[in-house]
Design a protein around this ligand. Structure first.
Ligand code: NAP
Length: 481
């Protein structure tokens, strides 16, 4: 048991805590200990949550934007006031270091603040009419009840990016978190109560993913499906939602390149690639998956980067100084091992780490591979673990072609000190997000999202609100006497 008032083992539906007999057990990945359980709900309970959200929607949409915004701001404040306690809960169920977990809570909180402010700026338009005596008005309306499904790697932030945008626009939400990390989600129920969110505006349901998703996609009261997770499940979900013409937002997998040009500031590039690669033990959708290094700087970069990776402190996220926690489970470790084995069998060399960590369980050594080539599995498949493969290239054109040679298009990074190159490469990278001379780019004020098979829609920023809004055209005629 976790000693926190935010730790709740029931679902939050229509402002009430609802339990069930059939349960899903949840482990702490650092210790293997069972920390609690949540209900294994299905279609029936999801339909009840959707009914509650629909009823709440009729009132919530009528609330002045300034009031919805104020409730979002209070949500922000509650998350920040309890940052450490919520961070601790997150670390225990997910494994990331407490420092990163607290950072995630702040990141999540910022979405509530940002979207709370945006609520008042959801403007319409008056379009000059082509006809005398008529007026054209465009208004913006909330789409309605939103069904949300989120992954385990950012259990607090992924819900925030959706719930805050939905609430600010006047929508209500039924959110299903990942079964491995439900407690950061059920904690949202406690916060909703604390800050006075009307019942039914936020509902948190745990259980059978397929059944919950089917109900969300088929129930006519749900008008939008928003999903963060793997491309495979995203495609299935988007197809089901499309059968009922629901709006969809899909934040899916990535295969991020980090390109280091010869003219880059070496120390900055090492630091940027480190943070991009090893944050959250390499389990982020925007993690460096392929590090492409120009021939002239390759050996020096490899040496410095491997030395930095070898210094990372691996441990339980709650221990002081831990920089890398365990992976989420054993199958995540198996995938990492397969990628390393495939690469080394085809000629790559391990220059840091390379195996399970001495701490056992799902702890893995921060690993660097050099002499990696595009024919290896790691070049195509999202590793989702602490392995950095270093590829070599000669020219700018070759780097761009290698970077774009993937079905994914989420985040990309490059390091250069040449301004002309910075613009050329930025424009040619087929990605939704590009960071130049930086290794981390997420913020609530900028549009987060991908192209190609990395998804549809944007989260955060003024663009993020649009995903929760319908545009209505009204023609007023007969205005002349
Ligand atoms: P996942 O297997 O796709 O799971 C994500 C969510 O989908 C979980 O809540 C899961 O529920 C649910 N789910 C599983 N099967 C489903 C089904 N048949 N129908 C509907 N929902 C289903 O992904 P993951 O392994 O947890 O997360 C890692 C992936 O997420 C990576 O590919 C990563 O790149 C991506 N990601 C993308 C972003 C982004 O913003 N683009 C951010 C973070 C992560 P259960 O847990 O109950 O199985």
């Amino acid at each position: 048991m976790i000693d926190s008032r935010f730790f709740r083992e029931d679902c939050y539906i229509n402002g009430l805590w609802v339990g069930g007999q059939d349960r899903i057990k949840v482990n702490n990945p650092a210790t293997g200990e069972v920390i609690g359980s949540v209900p294994k709900f299905g279609r029936k309970e999801t339909a009840a949550a959707i009914d509650a959200a629909q009823e709440a929607f009729l009132l919530w949409r009528e609330k002045p934007a300034v009031e919805r915004g104020e409730l979002c701001r209070r949500f922000y404040q509650a998350l920040m006031d309890n940052q450490k306690e919520l961070g601790r809960l997150l670390t225990i169920e997910m494994g990331k270091s407490l420092k990163e977990a607290m950072g995630e809570v702040a990141y999540a909180a910022n979405f509530f603040r940002w979207f709370g402010e945006e609520a008042r700026r959801i403007y319409g338009d008056v379009i000059p009419s082509p006809w005398a005596g008529k007026r054209i008005i465009v208004t913006k309306e909330p789409v309605g009840v939103v069904g949300s499904i989120t992954p385990w790697n950012f259990p607090t932030a992924m819900i925030a990016r959706k719930a805050a945008a939905a609430m600010s626009a006047g929508c209500t939400i039924v959110a299903k978190p990942a079964s491995q990390t439900p407690f950061s989600a059920t904690a949202y129920g406690v916060i909703a109560d604390d800050v006075g969110i009307p019942k039914g505006v936020i509902n948190i349901i745990t259980g059978k993913a397929g059944e919950i998703a089917d109900e969300m996609c088929e129930n006519p009261k749900v008008r939008k499906i928003t999903f963060t997770g793997s491309t495979e499940i995203g495609k299935q979900l988007a197809s089901k939602a499309m059968l009922h013409m629901k709006r969809v937002s899909m934040e899916l997998g990535g295969n991020a390149p980090v390109i280091i040009f010869d003219d880059a500031d070496l120390d900055r590039a090492v630091e940027g690639a480190m943070i991009s690669k090893y944050r959250n033990s390499g389990q982020t959708c925007v993690c460096a998956n392929r590090i492409l290094v120009q021939a002239g700087i390759y050996d020096r970069f490899a040496e410095k980067f491997a030395a930095a990776a070898a210094k990372l402190k691996v441990g339980d996220g709650l221990e002081d100084g831990t920089e890398q926690g365990p992976l989420i489970d054993d199958s995540a470790v198996t995938k990492v091992e397969q990628h390393i084995e495939d690469a080394t069998s085809k000629g790559a060399k391990v220059i840091a780490g390379g195996k399970r960590h001495a701490r056992g369980r799902s702890f893995f050594e921060p690993t660097v591979l050099r002499d990696v080539t595009p024919s290896m599995l790691i070049a195509r498949d999202e590793t989702f673990g602490p392995v950095a493969p270093l590829f070599k290239f000669e020219t700018e054109e070759e780097a761009i072609a290698m970077a774009n040679d993937t079905e994914y298009g989420l985040a990309s990074y490059f390091f250069t000190s040449d301004l002309g190159r910075a613009f050329r490469v930025m424009e040619k990278l087929e990605y939704g997000m590009v960071a130049i001379n930086e290794g981390i780019l997420s913020t609530e004020v900028a549009p987060f999202g991908g192209v190609k098979e990395s998804g549809l829609g944007r989260e955060g920023s003024k663009y993020g609100v649009e995903d929760y809004i319908n545009t209505k055209y009204a023609l007023f005629g007969g205005l002349t006497k």
